[in-house]
Write a protein that binds this ligand. Structure first.
Ligand code: PGA
Length: 250
């Protein structure tokens, strides 16, 4: 059975003292974990702290965004090579909380995906539909466009050994997760879409589910054949809830 992947997305939460406590608790509860890889994506200023606390553990760390450019006069941006300097191995790309608030286009997101991949970071690409789009029955079209933009710009092989996280926007932070069947159906669609263009890339791709995952619903979600793990927001801020979710994956 392929290893599961559970990623904590701390969003804009934490401070030096609370991070230390939370990471210590993660280490105590989650290392080592059989059959499951654990990653924590922290706000930029805490990458050095994550590196110093996690470096000799089985927990990897990463960021929640990166610049679409490699270097230059881009005030406030952070490049892929800067993330590498702090030992990051993963980076979340195109999270809907950013895409909406900061007007990130599918093309911008695709360029960030390429930047991450070409610098040896594993991109975690977030895709998903709004409630209106689901009710209109166009959710697969919406997700297909997000995936196709990357395939059209860089070729399907770029998806090899990367991560896609299906995050229905209506499920994020709402307490209303997608059902295991709804998520499985979209995950199967995503894998199939990429497989049409590159079977090998689709087979090596991990597809996570994100949106109100908790220790209870994680059991059913992670039991689905195309759900390779989860991207966890709120519940990653509690070591015991995050532990419960990781154990559901194991
Ligand atoms: P949530 O966030 O678990 O708080 O719903 C998930 C996400 O935004 O990735």
């Amino acid at each position: 059975m392929p290893r599961k992947l559970v990623v904590a997305n701390w969003k804009m939460h934490g401070n030096l003292a609370s991070n230390q406590q939370l990471l210590d608790a993660y280490i105590q509860k989650l290392t080592p974990l059989k059959n499951t890889d654990v990653v924590v994506c922290v706000p930029y200023p805490y990458l050095a702290q994550a590196q110093s606390i996690l470096q000799n553990t089985t927990i990897a760390w990463g960021a929640q965004n990166l610049s679409k450019d490699a270097v230059g006069a881009f005030t406030g941006e952070v490049s892929a090579s800067m993330l590498k300097d702090f030992g990051a191995s993963y980076v979340i790309i195109g999270h809907s909380e950013r895409a909406t608030a900061y007007c990130e286009s599918d093309e911008n997101i695709a360029t960030k995906f390429m930047q991450a991949k070409s610098h040896g970071l594993t991109p975690i690409l977030c895709v998903g539909e709004t409630l209106i789009e689901r009710e209109a029955g166009v959710m697969e079209m919406v997700v297909a466009k997000q995936i196709d933009t990357i395939m059209n710009m860089y070729g399907a092989a770029i998806f090899a050994n990367t991560v896609v996280s299906y995050e229905p926007i209506w499920a994020i932070g709402s307490g209303l997760a997608a059902s295991a069947e709804q998520a499985q159906s979209m995950h199967e669609f995503i894998r199939g879409r990429i497989a049409c263009a590159d079977k090998g890339a689709a087979a090596s791709l991990k597809i996570l589910y994100g949106g109100s995952v908790n220790p209870q619903n994680a059991v059913q979600l992670f039991a689905m054949p195309d759900i390779d793990g989860g991207l966890i927001g709120k519940c990653s801020l509690s070591a015991s809830e995050f532990d419960g979710i990781c154990r559901a994956a194991t």
